[in-house]
Design a protein around this ligand. Structure first.
Ligand code: ADP
Length: 477
């Protein structure tokens, strides 16, 4: 506790506004402010990456320097601290593991994040009054296990509780079982061995599910889906067995950052469809697309299988045969990177495919698009569809996970709805809905404007969800 307030330490591998590869960073960056409003103190701890801003790297003060035991191996660990806009950020410093030019994608990924997990527990005596460690995704999943193995009976640690949030069950942190021996100091005779072993591999997510006091997922529907083999990524049985301590809470958005009325990254700030039109025209001018009346379909996504790209690929020519322009921003799987580069070559007057990561361009595409495609195979929560709605780009989604929980499909009889959706993972089902939506755009302007208004006035703030997290913390303490 700090001044009578519960102190939660968010442990994560990325966090806005410091570093980001996807939605995880948005959540870790925006949920704390909402929790602060609920009278919960939140600090954040991430690795001291070489790619952080120089200003942060220079200003962060060293709070402690210690040696962390990874298995038998003593490793240097610095704890740094810096306050940004009233939020306390802690950093785990080890140049060897974190002074690199990317967040992820190295051969020693397991070692890096097992070190990080060990280090977070080791530095806790240097952080005031932490009651709860709230860990996010597999990179921090070893913490609840390590707590039970080595810390729970130590003075100053006994009261601690752990919460683990699954942002994406597909990425489990599955590595050679040898790491359990070398980095975690475990062996087959330990009773916890079954909790970490998965088909002769180490599975860090599995360990987190068993050893956390509470587990959350990022939408209620995903929380139900993952009990089925299709969505459970091999852990559906484990997830069923911990149903009593598991809950789905829908992510919110940083509504200040994603606000078309004040967004400095777009050409014209706006609050209605006319303002949106100006942004579309500016975008077309900048990227030399003809300024005609057709609908602009946008996609901003990691180019990975999860995102339903095979559906798009299989009917891409049919989509392009409609009266539309197509704009994509994304990076990832080289197969899809090349596929979309080819699409731009094939349809130079009607498509732009940006194979890159670019925050400002993302905002401009949200502001310019009329429809926003997200036909995911599975989607733990998804932020793209929510951002799109804020910017009046109507999401067209598959009914799964957080997409189902956040997009209300348009009902032509009641005129209700904030977007469009289809149920089965089927390219032609998707295509039908694209045709229906673009038909409304072109031929039923008034209807379209009603849906845009509905979408833009939806509440995506963290308020309700932050209260649900606060209740979990309360229960645990
Ligand atoms: P996921 O976390 O699975 O990647 P989400 O929809 O939850 O998907 O979050 C993705 C976030 O990352 C959104 O804010 C989206 O705008 C952003 N994003 C994804 N790809 C890019 C890119 N290439 N450039 C800029 N922003 C991107």
């Amino acid at each position: 506790m700090v001044n009578g307030r519960t102190h939660v330490l968010f442990v994560a591998s990325e966090c806005m506004p410091l570093c980001k590869s996807g939605g995880l960073a948005d959540v870790v960056g925006s949920l704390p402010s909402a929790l602060t409003k609920c009278n919960v103190k939140v600090s954040i701890i991430i690795p001291f990456y070489g790619l952080l801003d120089d200003e942060i790297k220079n200003k962060a003060k060293t709070v402690a320097e210690l040696t962390v035991l990874c298995g038998q191996q003593p490793v240097y660990c610095g704890l740094k601290y810096h306050k940004i806009r009233n939020r306390g950020y802690y950093f785990i410093d080890n140049q060897h593991y974190f002074n690199r030019d990317k967040l992820y994608g190295y051969h020693d990924e397991c070692e890096r994040f097992l070190f990080f997990s060990q280090a977070v527990l080791a530095v806790l005596p240097h952080i005031e009054g932490v009651d709860i460690l709230h860990c996010h995704d597999w990179q921090t999943g070893a913490i609840p296990l390590l707590y039970h193995l080595y810390y729970e009976y130590l003075p100053g640690y006994q009261h601690l509780k752990t919460v683990f949030t699954i942002h994406n069950l597909r990425y489990q942190g599955r590595f050679s079982i040898d790491y359990a021996k070398t980095m975690l100091g475990m062996n087959e005779r330990m009773p916890q061995w079954n909790d970490i072993e998965y088909f002769n591999d180490l599975n860090i997510m599995k360990a987190a599910l068993f050893h956390s006091d509470y587990v959350t997922t990022v939408s209620p529907t995903y929380n139900e889906e993952i009990e089925y083999a299709y969505y459970g990524e091999g852990l559906d049985g484990v997830l069923k067995s911990i149903a009593h301590k598991r809950q789905g809470i829908l992510n919110g958005l940083n509504v200040k950052e994603f606000n078309p009325e004040s967004d400095r990254l777009i050409d014209y700030q706006y609050s209605d469809i006319e303002g949106k039109q100006k942004n579309k025209e500016a975008f077309r001018k900048k990227y030399t697309l003809p300024n005609d009346n057709c609908a602009m379909i946008g996609m901003i996504t990691r180019l990975e299988d999860q995102k339903g790209l095979d559906l798009i690929a299989s009917v891409m020519d049919e989509i392009m045969s409609l009266n539309i322009q197509f704009v994509l921003l994304g990076t990832g799987n080289p197969y899809y990177e090349n596929f979309f580069r080819d699409i731009e070559c094939k349809y130079p007057n009607r498509s732009r495919c940006f194979i890159m990561y670019d925050e400002a361009l993302a905002h401009q595409i949200y502001a310019a698009s009329d429809l926003f495609l997200m036909p995911s195979d599975f989607e733990p929560c998804g932020l793209g569809q929510m951002i799109a709605m804020r910017y009046g780009a109507l999401p067209l989604v598959r009914e799964t996970g957080g997409l189902k929980d956040s997009v209300k499909p348009y009902n032509k009889f009641t005129k209700e709805g904030t977007g469009f959706s289809f149920a089965n993972y089927n390219a032609h089902e998707m295509l039908q809905i694209i045709k229906w939506a673009t038909n409304i755009f072109h031929n039923e302007k008034e209807q379209w404007e009603i849906i845009v208004k509905n979408a833009m006035s939806e509440d995506f703030s963290w308020q309700v969800s932050a209260k649900a997290y606060r209740e979990i913390y309360k229960q645990l303490l």
